[in-house]
Design a protein around this ligand. Structure first.
Ligand code: HEC
Length: 404
């Protein structure tokens, strides 16, 4: 009963997280495109940096951007912040529900590091806060004064975080931690830098003073970071459902690094496209083949990093179903049953059940994919399956999954 309720809460929280995320990223993409497409118009107020005309929803919009600020405060001002805070809040709640409340299942893999759950969860949570301070210091330091230098050092730090996480947590747990770290940095940029800067500008205007342009410049820098971090963060969230991205213990962090590079290039292409409209410059089409290279590298690393499919040679003694049944009962059935006995599981994960011989036979291709070719299952090898047992499963499947 409690487990079913928790599953529902998890679904509702995930739903809200995704909806808030769409609103946040949607408005962020929109403003980046708008900014890049602003055109100067000498006939407008000298405070107007540029304007844009857009058509949408049955009408025309004329948008003007004031930098640093208009002369007077408008009566109504729309702020964009709850999208970011909501995404982070519900995302963190989901992280707690799925990972931090079930650390032995999702966060820890004893073959990576034999870490106590009581240490793993606080360490994982603390790393998000520490990561933000490191990033913030980097932006404020000497590195932050020049864009290229900051971008490269930020990327190196991101790779270091991915390396560290994949050497402490399970592949899956590590990927979600990288995503959570980047998401935390993005939301904190809004909370700690962008919104306070805008508040100062508004306060100065209300007092009739000239706002300091630096506040706007810093906010703009952080908002550009958020823009480039969007695609990688979405990837880390989705890749959790694709074991081939995170399952390779040797290369998973490198796969992530490749995807980061590809997504920066793709995002950059969009930015050049938005700007192309009014500068007359051409969008950088070469960025697409450039982005394909790291994606191909990621695919290659995924294949290279697969544990060798451990299947016995042709002459080996045949495997009986009784052997297979025993392994499945011992290593898989606690979770994969109509009524799982494993704490926290209300129903069979992904509907995969191994209660009857027919079910085991029917799902043998998936068993091959999850427990033989990759070592995704059992999750975090919590039931301590051996390589010999994986090999037994593989041999049974390649010789036709016979039930006798
Ligand atoms: C601790 C519980 C647990 C154990 C033990 C376990 N699994 Fe799983 N299994 C899961 C969960 C949770 C998922 C869903 C993963 C997800 O959401 O991506 C899953 C998913 C699967 C899937 C479906 C994967 C997909 O993406 O379609 C297969 C097949 C599978 N497990 C096979 C096995 C086999 C074979 C074993 C034993 C060798 C095993 N599992 C042991 C929890 C477990």
């Amino acid at each position: 009963m409690i487990d079913t309720l928790l599953e529902w809460i998890s679904l509702l929280v995930r739903w809200t997280h995704v909806i808030a995320g769409i609103a946040w990223i949607g408005s962020s993409f929109y403003f980046i495109a708008l900014d890049a497409g602003l055109q100067p118009n000498p006939r407008l107020d000298h405070r107007v940096k540029g304007e844009a005309w857009q058509v949408h929803g049955g009408g025309f919009y004329q948008i003007q951007k004031f930098t640093v600020a208009p002369e007077f405060m408008p009566e109504h001002l729309t702020w964009f912040k709850w999208e970011a805070y909501g995404t982070w809040f519900f995302g963190f709640a989901l992280l707690v529900l799925v990972y931090y409340l079930n650390p032995t299942v999702y966060l820890i893999d004893t073959s990576v590091m034999n870490i106590d759950p009581a240490d793993a969860v606080p360490a994982a949570a603390a790393s998000l806060v520490i990561g933000w301070f490191v990033y913030d210091l980097l932006c404020r330091s000497w590195f932050g004064r020049e864009t290229a230098r900051l971008a490269i050092s930020g990327f190196v730090l991101l790779c270091a975080a991915a390396y560290a996480y994949t050497h402490v947590f399970s592949g899956r747990g590590a990927f979600i931690q990288v995503g959570a770290l980047v998401g935390t940095i993005m939301a904190a940029n809004v909370l700690v830098i962008i919104i306070p800067g805008q508040r100062k500008t508004v306060a100065a205007l209300l007092k009739g003073q000239e706002p300091n342009p630096v506040w706007g410049q810093i906010a703009k820098q952080r908002s550009i970071h958020n823009n480039y971090l969007t695609l990688p963060v979405v990837f880390t969230m989705l890749s959790n459902h694709y074991a081939f991205t995170y399952a390779s213990p040797r290369y998973n962090w490198l796969i992530l690094a490749c995807i980061f590079i590809a997504s920066f290039l793709v995002r950059h292409w969009f930015n050049t496209l938005h700007a192309a409209g009014h500068t007359g410059a051409k969008p950088e089409w070469r960025l697409w083949p450039a982005a394909a290279v790291p994606v191909l590298c990621a695919i290659g690393l995924g294949i290279l990093g697969q544990p060798a499919a451990s299947v016995a040679d042709a002459g080996a003694p045949p495997v009986t179903f009784a052997d297979v049944r025993q392994i499945v009962d011992q290593r898989c059935h606690v979770c994969h049953a109509a009524k799982p006995k494993f704490p926290g599981f209300a129903e069979a994960p992904k509907g995969v059940m191994f209660d009857t011989p027919a079910q085991i036979k029917r799902q043998s291709p998936q068993i091959m994919a999850q427990a033989v070719k990759t070592h995704t299952m059992p999750l975090g090898n919590i039931t301590e399956i051996t390589d010999a047992e994986r090999s037994t499963l593989g041999t049974w499947i390649v010789s036709g999954s016979k039930l006798n």
